[in-house]
Write a protein that binds this ligand. Sequence first.
Ligand code: TEU
Ligand code: CA
Length: 563
Amino acid sequence: MRKSWWKESVVYQIYPRSFKDSNGDGVGDLRGIIQKLDYLKELGIDVVWLCPVYKSPNDDNGYDISDYRDIMDEFGTLVDWQELLDGMHQRGIKLIMDLVVNHSSDEHPWFVEARKSKDNPYRDYYIWHPGKNGQEPNNWASAFSGSAWQYDETTGEYYMHIFTKKQPDLNWENPKLRAEVYDLMKYWLDKGVDGFRMDVINMISKVPGFPDVPARNTDRFQSDFRYTMNGPHLLEFFEEMKREVLSNYDILTVGETPAVTPKHAIDFTNEETGALSMVFQFQHMDIDADLSTGTSRSTIKPWSLLELKQITTRWQKEMENKGWNSIYLMNHDQPRSVSRFGNDKEYRNESAKMLATFTLMLQGTPYIYQGEEIGMTNVVFETINDYRDVETLNLYRELVEEKGVDAQALLKVLNAKSRDNARTPLQWDDSENAGFTSGTPWIKVNPNYKSINVQNALADPNSIFYYYKKLIQLRKQNPVAVYGSYDLLLGNDEKVYAFTRTFENDRLLVLLNFTGDHAAFELPETTSFSSAELLIGNYDTASAENIRTLTLRPYEALVYRLH
Ligand code: TEU
Ligand code: CA
């Protein structure tokens, strides 16, 4: 397997709107991030994934871009951006930008032109279609409620928008549009950017002809990724992007690819013909959803460790020596990992550390989302008026106001699943607004900032922050933690997740108790070793000497080197 800097790196994701506000307008900005670069250096991360900072009307908080070459007014200027990049590079931190080219904003000049007339030169930068029997061209649903089509009065046709109607899909079948995208990619790469996270990049090829999708229920609009993702020209577009842009730079590229299998991921990331370094797959993001009655956003059910083991093991084994994984438990679209997969009450410290061990000890590039390193939790908003996320607000309107779903019941689900759980301001200290802003924050701060904040974390040697720091150092000092092959142990144990990592003659044993109970287990005889050296654990007392038959404490995590 080829060694690469991006396989050995730990990535930290920044959602700029909620990271740090430097000018008191209640919105995070680039100068706020500049102020906190030494904090990131202290943590020891290697790469920052910066969510979109381009000019945008913020219908979807920057994922609706109106100028790909300039900085959003609220976030600052290109001069601020250059200072941020230089500040990162001076600290040995690389920067990957968020490339959002499945769609643009409807305020982008391309779309302003395209909607003027059917024969406008920019018309085919987007996807237009006449209606059918006075209705939308087909029954495709938007990911953010309603139809995926919006009627445009001026030219009497519909345009496609998989997301909001202010996010018209770009037409990748048009080579002129593709050339424009490659141009804007080079614009940022030639400024020194170290790669891209590519937003829903497997949506750029849709099934031709836009046929109706089979109805799974009585809803007027239906979503089915087999029609809107992984379309017939996807690999062709990736090959062209690699030839025109990617192959000319030593960069990290991570595709956000909902609904992919390991086979897709191997096509996209294999060392011979793959275009990307790695992808974000989503299978583990559905384990607490009841997909028979709704989506991972609108439903919640208890999840099983066996299912998490099964999904993780599939990706670890099927990608081994064939592609490369990303490893994550949350991002700006997901609820807080310690609330979702750990215990954000009496075992918040232990379970956040246990989840950190899971994320950083698997094979693949680990991603830490802002605040995960201090165990920030979900927020309880009592009313829909406290939410800001367009997906959440559209879903509430669709389900409560249009379909009569009980508001309190949905609010309970949103408390657990809304993307705004990840978007409350980063908690820097116990001063007003958690030190995020001197003004009124654009979204409420989680009231638990008084105890959960960076200042407390840096002052406490036993904090989650220092545990992440130690794990990151452990990865740096042990190639087995990066390149070692994964083997699952105790596959049927419903409390303990145990696996080994093996590289040349080095072997690690990772033991994770995913429950609040004590968990006894016995290692299989096939796991042979003469001695075990403890490298890291999340309890202050080392565990028993004989680790063959151990009882793990609640949410206990242990990593041993086996000799
Ligand atoms: O997310 C796409 C995506 O997969 C999620 O939004 C998912 O479809 C949705 O949350 C299902 O509940 C990317 C960005 O990460 C997200 O922030 C943007 O809103 C979206 O694309 C559109 O750009
Ligand atoms: Ca600001």
